[in-house]
Ligand binder design. Structure first.
Ligand code: 3SL
Length: 239
């Protein structure tokens, strides 16, 4: 039985016991979907960093640097945070350092808190992720990145979708109200997730920035069978 806890915002992470658990960091739009894409497209590793300065230091060590603040590409960086920028061989065998408004901060927070593995959550590889969690058979925290500590719909919805998959394996110990909440949310939206998410604040934000194509892509299920996770500071394929 896998014990699962959903943390709806990084502001609530201090309430969870993280040590030796697998933490799935969820920033569906777009950081953790971009990380999964980068690895699938041939990047040798992805390193999540909190600040622009840290990324600039890593550039001097041979990393390609990518990132956004409030959805806008960071000036002077090689790339923004669009999964499409990871395609066409641009990252083959390259190390990528990524810094984003919310998602990458959750990855470093989970790592510092002592997670066993930190996994990049994405619809793009949701089945592979569920299977990996089942096989690893450790307690799981689903950490929703949200937006500047506020709860958001898309990350909560993915937490519901992944919980549902684990529930289908009969592998889930259900005790936490936030898990019941996201399962109910997923039930409501499952028939048409893209349509449901049009009301989300980040959908609106990214629409104004003309990132509709990114959002459609990030909501595609099971494009990849690769699970992307971190043991030390770098993220790479773990299955
Ligand atoms: O906050 C984040 O981590 C980003 O994914 C936000 S954005 O989609 O790039 O605006």
């Amino acid at each position: 039985m896998i014990d699962i806890e959903v943390v709806l915002s990084p502001a609530l992470l201090h309430l969870a016991e993280v040590k030796n658990k697998n933490v799935v960091v969820i920033d569906i739009l777009r950081a953790t979907s971009t990380i999964c894409t980068a690895i699938h497209e041939g990047a040798s590793s992805v390193r999540a960093v909190d600040s622009i300065d840290e990324a600039l230091i890593l550039r001097n060590q041979g990393y390609v640097i990518a990132g956004e603040r409030n959805g806008h590409k960071i000036e002077g960086f090689d790339m923004g945070n669009s999964p499409f920028e990871c395609m066409n061989g641009l990252l083959t065998d390259k190390k990528l350092a990524l810094t984003t408004t919310n998602g990458t901060k959750c990855i470093t927070a989970a790592m510092i808190a002592g997670a066993s593995h930190v996994i990049a959550g994405s619809f793009l590889n949701i089945d592979a992720t569920a299977n990996w969690l089942k096989t690893d058979n450790k307690a799981v925290i689903l950490l929703c990145a949200g937006w500047k500590d506020k709860v958001n719909l898309e990350d909560s919805l993915y937490a519901g979708a992944l919980s549902k998959k684990l529930l289908n394996f009969n592998q889930l110990k259900l005790e936490c109200d936030s898990t019941f909440m996201v399962l109910d949310l997923y039930e409501k939206a499952a028939n048409n997730i893209s349509e449901y998410l049009t009301k989300s604040s980040h959908y609106q934000r990214l629409s104004h920035l003309h990132h509709q194509e990114d959002m459609e892509y990030c909501l595609t299920e099971n494009k990849f069978t690769t699970v992307v996770g971190q043991k030390n500071v770098e993220m790479f394929k773990i299955n």
